[in-house]
Design a protein around this ligand. Structure first.
Ligand SMILES: [Zn+2]
Length: 100
C-alpha cells in the first residue's frame, strides 16, 4: 500500500484507509480534523484520489531542485570567499577545491 499523504489543506494525517461495502476493494480516507473542509466530504476520497496531486508533486520537485542549486551556490560562495580572503591576506588556509 502506498503511503498516505497529509491533508493538502490542514496537513493533518487523514483517518483511514477504511473500506466501505460497495464498491468493494476500494480504500477510502478523509481528513481527521473536523475544522477542515475535507473532513465533511461524505464517504471520503479514494486513496488513489487522495494521494494524486500532480501540481503539489511538481512543485515539491521544483523546490528540491532549487534547494540543491541554492546549497551548491552557497558552497561555491563560501569557497570563493575563503580563497579571496586567503589570497588577499596571504593566509595559509586557502581552499584548493576551485583549482582545476
Ligand atoms: Zn484537512
Amino acid at each position: 500500500m502506498s503511503k498516505i499523504k497529509p491533508c493538502p489543506f490542514c496537513k493533518e494525517i487523514p483517518c483511514g484507509p477504511f473500506t466501505i461495502e460497495w464498491p468493494p476493494h476500494n480504500s477510502y480516507v478523509k481528513c481527521s480534523s473536523n475544522h477542515c473542509e475535507l473532513y465533511h466530504k461524505d464517504g471520503g476520497f479514494l486513496l488513489s484520489e487522495w494521494n494524486t496531486r500532480p501540481i503539489e508533486d511538481a512543485l515539491q520537485s521544483q523546490i528540491d531542485r532549487l534547494t540543491n542549486e541554492r546549497d551548491e551556490a552557497r558552497e561555491l560562495a563560501k569557497t570563493f570567499a575563503i580563497n579571496f580572503i586567503s589570497k588577499k591576506h596571504k593566509l595559509p588556509w586557502e581552499n584548493k577545491t576551485d583549482e582545476k
